[in-house]
Design a protein. Structure first.
Length: 329
């Protein structure tokens, strides 16, 4: 009898540091996660899990690990642990960010708004052709003491402890709906008013081309595509979606000199991509594609809309509790 498969979604292995989107898992916790998975589950490569599910030979408590985005800490911190525990993972990489000095747009927003520094008391931006103004008052100057005090804040919390956090939340959701060029125009305005340099932080950078190749050369890692610029695909017309999806495929295949068969929809919720996205992924020849909504892998699961479960910076006991609930669903 075929078992059920569970795909876990990670983003970063690093920290601790401010993490408003809760993307980070500390290395010591990731280490404990892997030890537990080896002890209680059957870790598998993602492609092997999908093939076994279709063949009806999936083992009980099969688990596949995935990472989204392509942060440099995936190769610096996650890869040595994956290799030590002999647990395979697929790392979905935003091809247009490989080797870039800038951070992902959500990290750049955090750098400009939630790191110590000054902004005008009356902040004025143009967002998608419309004027956006806010009075920061005491939040115009944001010191290290405040940054340390609110380091544990995340966007999932209902309350904003300062004008800076309210600003971050507001602009984050505005940028989420914009095309890539529009996002970076808003961030350019913010950067100029904050007086901060273009170059991002070493702690938040994306992998270089050499690091992508190094990761893909490991027996415990496979690189997959995650679009060129990480847009919300459902916001784009079909041809723009095709450019993002096929462009990431071409860039990564050129970099790795091999066929790339795995894809991840940015953000990955059921409203973050559409039927055009799935059709284009199929036409590009991908073998599988992962989403970001919960569910288990069984025979008959759509290989181009595979569900995943997001992992936070949990203790191993917390992850075990969640996994028992997920496997029982």
């Amino acid at each position: 009898m075929s078992g059920k498969g569970l795909i876990l979604l990670y983003h970063r292995v690093c920290g601790p540091m401010p993490d408003p989107l809760l993307l980070m898992v500390r290395p010591e916790r990731f280490d404990a996660h892997l030890a537990m998975l080896r002890r209680t589950c059957t870790p598998m490569a993602l492609s092997a899990m999908v093939a076994a599910a279709e063949a009806g030979t999936l083992p009980e408590r099969a688990v596949a690990l995935t990472f989204d985005d392509g942060y440099a800490d995936n190769v610096r911190h996650a890869l040595p642990l994956l290799e030590r525990h002999e647990v395979p993972a697929t790392v979905f990489t935003v091809s247009g960010m490989v080797g870039e000095p800038t951070e992902f747009w959500w990290d750049e927003l955090e750098r400009l708004v939630l790191c110590p520094g000054s902004l005008p008391e009356r902040l004025c931006l143009t967002i998608a052709g419309e004027s956006f103004e806010t009075d920061l008052q005491a939040g115009a100057v944001y010191g290290q003491d405040e940054a340390d005090r609110y380091a544990a804040w995340s966007i999932l919390l209902k309350e904003d402890p300062s004008p800076r956090h309210a600003l971050y939340r507001t602009i984050y959701f505005k940028l989420l709906r914009l095309p890539d060029a529009g996002r970076w125009d808003v961030l350019r305005q913010l950067r100029e008013q904050a007086g901060k340099p273009v170059a991002g932080r070493e702690t938040h950078r994306v992998m270089t081309a050499d690091e992508v190749r190094r990761l893909d050369a490991s027996t415990q890692a496979t690189v997959g595509a995650h679009t060129v610029h990480h847009p919300r695909l459902s916001n784009l017309p079909p041809e723009a979606q095709r450019s993002e999806i096929s462009g990431s495929l071409a860039q990564l295949e050129g970099l790795l000199q091999r066929r790339v068969g795995e894809f991840s929809y940015p953000y990955g919720g059921k409203t973050d991509y559409d039927e055009h996205s799935v059709r284009i992924v199929r036409e590009c020849g991908f073998d599988l594609a992962v989403s970001n909504f919960p569910g288990l892998i069984t025979r008959g699961t759509d290989a181009l809309q595979l569900p995943r479960h997001l992992v936070r910076d949990w203790t191993v006991q917390e992850l075990q509790t969640h996994m028992e609930e997920w496997f029982a669903a």
